[in-house]
Design a protein around this ligand. Structure first.
Ligand code: ADP
Ligand code: MN
Ligand code: MN
Ligand code: MN
Ligand code: MN
Length: 335
């Protein structure tokens, strides 16, 4: 007997990395071993020295194939056993370890858009649907496009054992969101990448593409973000730590350092309109969806909880955003 392991990794496509995967047949009972691939086909190597290494770091039941089959998330290494430059998970590991005693956890809201051909799902041929207003958390065929895919994706995430915590229809037709977390930095980032892979793979069976494009339609249509909710043990226990975290994200140099690593095209989405703060101005506030960082109203009332960094783009690398926030807030909270 044998089983199938789908090895998943993040490639070197610039400016936004893509997911890749391939299948290995394993003998019953065998652990997924280190494997390799052709890095010259993924922007991770030159043709004359093309081998790159896949090191399994997490595995999940495969909800697509079922049975004993698994999904295997990997880190990409060079043949000299150093992490490849595209391997941002390797940079998160030491930061997560350094601040582990603070018990940082994240919940990431992944917004995305379905496309059928060149149009978002639900956009009429050669025109535009009714303006935004009724679509967010809507119901009915006039407002909802792709719910069957969204439900199938949710079911697949649950079967894979991912910590998905909810879904909702978004402000633009064909635009949706799922949330992963709260989980530790490495867990949330690993699981978000796997949930993205499952999104593309699930939609594939419906003949539909899903995109993390942060501004899929120009003009008066909402962009797609990846609001990143964050807390440490101290923040879950008291308000002073909440304010310390908010302030630390605004200290000299930090707003720009964060924003330029919050996904490609962040300036196009963080315009100050469509529930965003301008990308070059840092602000935080209670219930304020026009601020860079929002303190949810319950958190202000309870004087403890978490904060929401609203700036990351839908196409952000979760290994990067969790590293930056863990480091910036963690350093301030340790003082
Ligand atoms: P929004 O009102 O911004 O749309 P959502 O319900 O979509 O909020 O997402 C809130 C996210 O915050 C969820 O992913 C949830 O897991 C996460 N979250 C809840 N509590 C915490 C916490 N203490 N620390 C970090 N994240 C949290
Ligand atoms: Mn080959
Ligand atoms: Mn949300
Ligand atoms: Mn949203
Ligand atoms: Mn949000």
């Amino acid at each position: 007997m044998s089983y199938k392991a789908e090895y998943i990794w993040i490639d070197g496509t610039s400016p936004t990395a893509k997911l890749r995967s391939k299948t290995k047949i394993l003998a019953d009972g065998a652990e997924p071993p280190v494997w390799g691939f052709d890095g010259s086909s993924t922007n991770q190597a030159e043709g004359h020295a093309s081998d790159r290494v896949l090191k399994p770091v997490a595995s999940y039941p495969d909800p697509i194939r079922g049975g004993d089959d698994i999904l295997v998330l990997c880190e990409v290494y060079n043949t000299d056993d150093t992490p490849h430059t595209s391997n941002t998970r390797a940079l998160l590991r030491p930061v997560a370890e350094k601040f582990a005693a603070q018990e940082p956890v994240f919940g990431i809201e992944q917004e995305y858009t379905f496309f059928e051909g060149s149009r978002p799902l639900g956009f009429p041929e050669g025109g535009f649907p009714a303006p935004q207003g009724g679509y967010y958390c809507g119901v009915g065929v006039d407002e909802i496009h792709g719910r069957d895919i969204v439900e199938a994706h949710l079911e697949n995430c649950l079967k894979a054992g991912l910590g998905i915590s909810g879904i909702n229809a978004e402000v633009m037709p064909g635009q949706w969101e799922f949330q992963v977390g709260p989980l530790s930095p490495l867990e949330v980032a690993d699981q978000l990448w796997v949930a993205r892979w499952l999104l593309y793979r699930t939609a594939e069976d419906f003949g539909v593409a899903a995109t993390l494009d942060p501004k899929p339609v120009k003009g008066d249509w909402n962009g797609a973000g990846a609001h990143t909710n964050f807390s440490t043990k101290a923040m879950r226990e008291g308000y002073e730590a909440i304010i310390t975290a908010c302030e630390s994200l605004g200290k000299d140099g930090k707003p720009l350092e964060h924003v330029k690593n919050y996904g490609v095209g962040v300036e196009d989405r963080l315009t100050g309109a469509h529930e965003t703060a301008p990308w070059d101005q840092y602000s935080y506030g209670v219930s304020d969806r026009g601020a860079s960082v929002r303190i949810p109203w319950q958190v202000e009332r309870d004087k403890k909880g978490y904060i929401e960094d609203r700036r990351p783009n839908a196409n952000v690398d979760p290994y990067v955003v969790t590293r930056l926030i863990t480091d910036t807030c963690g350093t301030a909270l340790a003082e």
